[in-house]
Design a protein around this ligand. Structure first.
Ligand SMILES: Nc1nc2c(c(=O)[nH]1)N[C@H]1C(S)=C(S)[C@@H](COP(=O)(O)O)O[C@H]1N2
Ligand SMILES: [Mo]
Length: 196
């Protein structure tokens, strides 16, 4: 029998060393979108990477025929929720950049619907980012970015552009949508790079 009081709530707020500072665990999957959910048919979908030397293009069949990774990762939203052990399938940025040579070090991700977000290229390579098209064993729900979204789990989740349609290489870092509206240019949850 335990005489240790755990407080009126019965248990204290869940803590876990996978939880960055200022974050709270959720077990549902919140939807956060700045605009309406676009309706994108995979027959019309394409993904492009634009560099100083030209445009690389994949349609849905080409894209989903690339090497596919299973990803099990934690995600952290700047609005203070984190979700642990989320399961995705997608194509790593390493695979997408395999045959691409570029001197440009910065990326602007562009989405269907107009959303943008910026990430330095070296934060997308070496197993750090994917274009994901499955979540929890199912095709990615349109509300969560389907047919495909960027997944950059080591940065706050606003960097994981839903409905992603391409990456544009840039010489210099430039702010995307939320970054122009007060969110941090970089967005590391472990350093609490929330706003600037
Ligand atoms: N295209 C697009 N991508 C987006 C957003 C958006 O509004 N539009 N919101 C971002 C923010 S702020 C978060 S927290 C996550 C939310 O993803 P979810 O709705 O799947 O939880 O998507 C990010 N990607
Ligand atoms: Mo967010």
């Amino acid at each position: 029998m335990s005489f240790i009081s755990r407080g009126f709530s019965g248990r204290s707020r869940e803590r876990d060393d996978r939880l960055p500072p200022g974050q709270t665990l959720v077990h549902d999957f919140p939807v956060l979108s700045a605009g309406p959910t676009p309706d994108i048919d995979t027959a019309d979908w394409e993904f492009t990477i634009r560099t100083e030397s030209g445009v690389h293009r994949w349609n849905w069949d080409e894209f989903t025929s690339l090497k596919i990774d299973d990803v099990d990762t934690d995600i952290h939203c700047v609005t203070h929720w984190s979700k642990l052990g989320t399961k995705w399938r997608g194509v790593s940025l390493d695979t997408l950049f395999e045959d691409i040579e570029t001197e440009q070090d910065y990326v602007m991700a562009h989405s269907y619907g107009g959303y943008t977000t910026n990430v330095p290229l070296d934060e997308l390579l070496d197993g750090k980012a994917w274009v994901a098209f499955e979540y929890d064993g199912e095709p990615l729900d349109p509300e969560h970015g389907g047919p495909a979204r960027l997944l950059v789990p080591h940065l706050y989740f606003w960097k994981s552009a839903k409905w992603v349609r391409g990456l544009e290489m840039m010489d210099q870092d430039e702010p995307g949508f939320w970054e122009q509206n007060g969110y941090h240019i970089h967005g590391d949850p472990w350093k609490e790079e929330r706003y600037w």
